[in-house]
Design a protein around this ligand. Structure first.
Ligand code: SF4
Length: 494
């Protein structure tokens, strides 16, 4: 059995990257995907646009399963196979479509009436199944089981004569979450759904333009951040834009409500990125601060409370928690109590091996001297199934602390996500199984105390970005758009 501890966190999502107007387009896309590796580790791909000796534009592709460094392990590929001045790329976790199908690795491309077209998608289309059924009834033949493929079909079947008009027409038919980069023979196009669930940002690199998921992909290239793609906006980069510097922009639909995914701030985006108008680092620290204010752990007598994070995703939140706890007058210290191995890759473990404890031990170890005899506050961003948390608590318990207090910088996850984040089924969610009874969850995990942020507290923490501008459906069950709970299963089984 292959160990995938990432799967113990909400997964899915994907990273997208597109660049136009650079002679090193595919190599820069590779670096961009490298920076976005946290958004998808199952597979990745790059499609570049080049001009053939006969003067015709053509698309070249390289995709595979694995990390960016594994799929692109031959550097000649960028000059030989993937030459050209424009490229788009994608890192994948599967949210729809069979996870192990090579055909489902993006970007997808077609050649149709108006030329070549490629797409990379982050999000989840909630009406993909209906659109697909309609198209199949009209004779369309699908190559993949991914929701994203319907976008190419809708564009290719349009009777309009301008590609941007075709893309606009197709996007107007989509429902759900999409941050897209598309590439045609002479354009790079970015599009974001009107609720703006997922991030999408525009940058500039020595005269070329980039559209990507997070600004950390600019930093690796020393590119300049220009702005975010607005909710419901389509942006077009072509040779005119390279000359004039004026990005072409269209709005696909009126924005009725903005519903950024709050999980991007809690866990998913990198803390060094700027999304939804703010630095992720700042928002994550604020989550930690609000957690400390509302759910502090006090010291007894002269003792020092030890605050540790579940690395790496909770490091920033833990900083916020500890500084705020200190401000509350608690004698406390930030410590590194858990060491995480960064080299686990796809580790093999024996089925049924000693309670799967080996799984967590491959990834984490404790610094015993830091924990022994101490009151320990363990900060984590979320609990999904609870299996890893339980093993982690046991690992810490083996270091003989005085007590363990688990603090979670989100609310209990109780509902599925329809907008691109992949949680296990309701029956596998620990909060569902214990009816969100925090005392029972604490007992199951083996901690002395457990506290989560309430939904109000989460919204208070991100309020600088607008309390009402967030989706929190997986915690509250309040979906920003009408969804059919039965449909969830079906979109995974296209
Ligand atoms: S349901 Fe949860 S994970 Fe999905 S978009 Fe909303 S907040 Fe994000």
């Amino acid at each position: 059995m292959q160990l995938n501890l990432q799967r113990e966190k909400p997964t899915c999502n994907c990273g997208v990257f597109g660049i136009y107007g650079s002679q090193n387009a595919s190599l820069e896309t590779y670096y961009g995907l490298h920076a976005l590796q946290h958004r998808g580790q199952e597979a990745c791909g790059i499609i570049s646009k080049n001009i053939s000796p006969k003067g015709n534009p053509h698309f070249s592709v390289h995709k595979g399963e694995g990390l960016v460094t594994e799929v692109f392990d031959d550097h000649d590929i960028f000059q030989k196979t993937l030459a050209g001045n424009a490229a788009i790329g994608h890192n994948r976790y599967s949210t729809t479509g069979a996870a192990n199908s090579l055909k489902n690795i993006q970007p997808f491309s077609v050649n149709y009436r108006l030329g070549n077209l490629a797409v990379a998608h982050n999000g989840n289309l909630t009406n993909a199944k209906q659109i697909r059924e309609e198209l199949v009834n009209e004779g369309a033949i699908f190559q993949t089981t991914s929701d994203t493929e319907v976008i190419l079909h809708l564009i290719a079947r349009s009777r309009l004569d301008d590609q941007v008009d075709q893309i606009t027409e197709a996007i107007n038919k989509l429902e759900g979450a999409f941050s897209l980069v598309l590439m045609t023979d002479d354009k790079l196009i970015g599009a974001r759904d009107s609720h703006a669930y997922r991030p999408l940002v525009i940058g500039k690199l020595n005269g070329s333009y980039i559209i990507t998921s997070e600004t950390c992909a600019f930093d690796i290239l020393s590119a300049e951040f220009i702005r975010e793609v607005e909710p419901g906006e389509i942006v077009v980069i072509d040779d005119d834009v390279l000359r004039t510097g004026e990005i072409k922009s269209f709005h696909i639909s009126e924005t009725t409500s903005i519903n950024h995914c709050i999980f991007e701030y809690i866990y998913f985006s990198r803390p060094d990125s700027f999304i939804f108008g703010h630095n992720v680092d700042k928002m994550r620290r604020r989550l930690g601060k609000v957690l400390a204010r509302n759910h502090p752990v006090y010291n007894e007598g002269d003792e020092k409370v030890i605050v540790i994070s579940v690395p790496d995703s909770s490091n920033t939140t833990t900083l916020g928690y500890q500084t705020e706890l200190e401000k509350l007058g608690v004698n406390c210290k930030l410590e590194i109590g858990l060491i995480r191995s960064h080299y686990i890759g796809r580790t093999f473990i024996q089925p049924g091996q000693a309670n799967r404890e080996i799984g967590v031990k491959i990834k984490f170890n404790t610094v015993k001297g830091v924990l022994e005899g101490r009151t320990v506050v363990l900060i984590d961003d979320s609990i999904v199934r609870g299996t890893t948390s339980k093993q982690l608590v046991k690992l810490i318990r083996d270091a003989n602390p005085k007590s363990i207090h688990l603090r979670i910088s989100s609310s209990p996850i109780t509902h599925p996500c329809f907008y691109g984040m992949d949680f296990p089924s309701k029956e596998e969610l620990i909060a569902h199984n214990f009816n969100s009874n925090i005392k029972d969850i604490a007992e199951y995990l083996g901690v002395d105390s457990l506290e989560y942020l309430t939904i109000d507290e989460m919204l208070e923490a991100v309020s600088e970005a607008g309390r009402d501008n967030f989706c929190h459906a997986c915690f509250s069950g309040k979906y920003p758009t009408q969804v059919d709970l039965k449909f969830k299963k079906e979109i995974y089984e296209i």
